[in-house]
Design a protein around this ligand. Structure first.
Ligand code: SF4
Ligand code: SF4
Length: 477
């Protein structure tokens, strides 16, 4: 394949540009910038990052406050435990998250990407380590182009070490949501068995910790903007949620063009120039390496760093700020953004309805489940006392944070009863299967099959209850 190149052509012929689709990405050297949006990124990411790092360390009732316990298929989130039967709630949560993203995107563009996405927050930390060890943009370019010296080695080693520390803490914390974090840390310290061999508590947990350490290292250290540009599906469909009133980072071309350098004393307007001095700072700070002056592009994550850079330049030049700013297409072309518009109202209304249904469902969710299955061995028994009996297995899962004793009853308009039955005591989180023998006098059974309702109820709290229907089969008439 040829390299990217541009052929000179007569001015009346179109320019042909050859692009090598397999060309490797050039390394992006981001210029350090401070300003309102950079601070906002920092302070928006900080609480999320602290929350992520600290949550696995909190305990409630002597177990982690948040634990996705895959082997037992139980998700403990604060005071609530979710099981496989709560899959609908998980689906509901994902739908709510998607609608929240649609709503924010329709209103404020890709602010999720620019300010709170883990890829952005972790890349920001890695860039901080890079700046700390290797200096700002020009120093880094110079260092990369210089021969290997002692200084280059210790600066690079320092950067990679800091990246590894951040990645390892990230990997450890992430796995700490699936495996109690204190036990996870102790599994890195092996003990000796009687034969003198080293024994690790959980090699699986260690493997996943190292796996996520590597993933963090690669994503935030090397892939960076390529994740946003080529791997993240959200970047591909975000344009569906944009309209001409969506707030996004725009370059005010009417004010900035014709761009070009100028002397401080020069009357640039008289020469037909706009406010853009073509310093390229907005490009140098861009984490996805685009030039926002070429218009809105799908790669742009709305981080606002080019706004900070350009505002700093405008301040230096004594021009009004906002040549690059958060605004809408409509504002640029017609001078007005319609903040309150049907699309945003529709998204907010749907989001509120979904959230209300979700909160209601979780608040009224029973911390116990019952699953009744018929004995596969025999359909029915006829016993000497003239009774017809069916045998079932009732599987009870006590998902509450305390033990409960459960009464089991059978409900029907016919005189069914459970034979030789005692209430069952289940510890917190326990799953227990109880054989149930349901009986009825033969003369009272006037049909071949009859639906019955099996009910369990906590003796400590009658509101904790669950029901399941089952079919009772009698003799053929
Ligand atoms: S930072 Fe502002 S002035 Fe400099 S090139 Fe970008 S738009 Fe033009
Ligand atoms: S163009 Fe500006 S807002 Fe968009 S990603 Fe680059 S720096 Fe961020």
């Amino acid at each position: 394949m040829t390299n990217t190149s541009e052929k000179n052509s007569p001015s009346d012929e179109p320019t042909i540009r050859y692009i090598n689709l397999y060309e490797s990405e050039e390394k992006v050297y981001i210029r350090k910038i401070s300003g309102f949006y950079q601070s906002l990124r920092r302070y928006a990411g900080l609480p999320l990052m602290l929350g992520f790092l600290l949550l696995p360390w909190f305990t409630i009732d002597s177990r982690p406050a948040v634990l996705f316990d895959l082997p037992t298929r139980q998700f403990h989130i604060l005071w609530v435990t979710f099981g496989p039967q709560d899959g609908m709630l998980l689906a509901g949560l994902l739908i709510i998250s998607a609608f929240a993203l649609f709503t924010v995107t329709a209103f404020l563009g890709r602010v999720w990407c620019g300010f709170t996405c883990p890829q952005t927050v972790w890349t920001l930390m890695f860039i901080w380590a890079e700046h700390f060890c290797e200096g700002d943009r020009n120093k880094r370019i110079k260092l990369d182009n210089s021969p290997w010296t002692f200084e280059k080695i210790y600066r690079k080693t320092g950067k990679y070490f800091l990246w590894f520390v951040i990645s390892f803490i990230t990997g450890l914390t992430f796995v700490g949501y699936f495996y109690p974090i204190r036990e996870l840390i102790s599994s890195f310290f092996p003990s000796y068995d009687e034969s003198g061999f080293l024994v690790f508590d959980s090699l699986t947990a260690i493997f996943w910790t190292l796996f996520f350490t590597l993933m963090t290292y690669m994503n935030a250290g090397f892939l960076r903007e390529q994740v946003c540009k080529y791997m993240c599906p959200y970047a591909r469909f975000q344009s569906v949620m944009y309209d001409s009133d969506t707030l996004a980072v725009h370059y005010d071309a009417a004010r900035g063009e014709t761009r070009g350098p100028r002397k401080p004393t020069e009357d640039y307007r008289a020469e037909g120039k706009g406010d853009c001095i073509d310093c390229s700072w907005c490009v140098q700070v861009c984490p996805v390496d685009i030039d926002i002056r070429e218009g809105l592009q799908y790669e742009c994550i709305n981080c606002g760093l080019c706004v900070d850079a350009c505002n700093a330049v405008m301040d230096k030049m004594g021009y009004e700020r906002g040549l690059i700013r958060f605004t809408s297409d409509d504002e640029l072309s017609h001078g007005k953004t319609h903040y309150l518009r049907p699309r945003v109202f529709a998204y907010i209304a749907i989001l509120l309805i979904l959230c209300s249904v979700f909160v209601y469902t979780v608040a009224n969710r029973q911390p116990v489940t019952l699953d009744v299955s018929r004995d596969r061995g025999a359909q029915m028994f006829r016993v000497r006392s003239g009774q017809i009996q069916n045998v079932y297995t009732a599987k009870i899962h006590n998902m509450d944070r305390q033990s409960h004793q459960y009464e089991i009853t059978v409900e029907s308009d016919l005189p069914f009863k459970i034979v030789k039955y005692r209430p069952v005591l289940l510890e917190k989180g326990e799953i227990f299967s109880v054989p149930l023998r349901v009986s009825i006098p033969e003369e009272a059974l006037d049909v071949v099959t009859k639906e019955i309702i099996i009910t369990i109820k906590s003796t400590e709290n009658e509101l904790i209850t669950a029901q399941e229907s089952a079919t009772f089969i009698g003799p053929s008439k």
